[in-house]
Design a protein. Sequence first.
Length: 142
Amino acid sequence: MNSETNENQTGSGRGSALRRSFRRFLWIMLALLVLAGGAFVYVRYYFVFGSGVKAGTLNYVVKKGYVFKTYEGVLIMEGFRTATPGTLQSNQFVFSVDDANLADSLMRLGGRQVELRYNEYLGALPWRGYSNFVVDEILSVK
């Protein structure tokens, strides 16, 4: 009986080993959950899904937002896209700009033919803009 009391007091019994292994299991699961969450956030909001160039007439670039003031713009591309037969609709490219200097340059180019390089993300961040398409460079102005 004396040896059982010593085992319970020192924590070297079977119950203590189970508690340690359960704590270790919880820490491993927590670490995996944090890693999976980090990977999800990276892929959803920071991984560049696609990039390309769009050309057309720059309609406008504005700075707007309630909490995060972001730059949003619209580029009208040539040609027409019809969602339903018998109707006409202009083909617009809605984008965001995260660089203030680039946005200021684009604001002064309204109504002109431009070529813009953009990156496409799977999700939009409030401080980056409302659109999944973020313009990062002006290639040419006509």
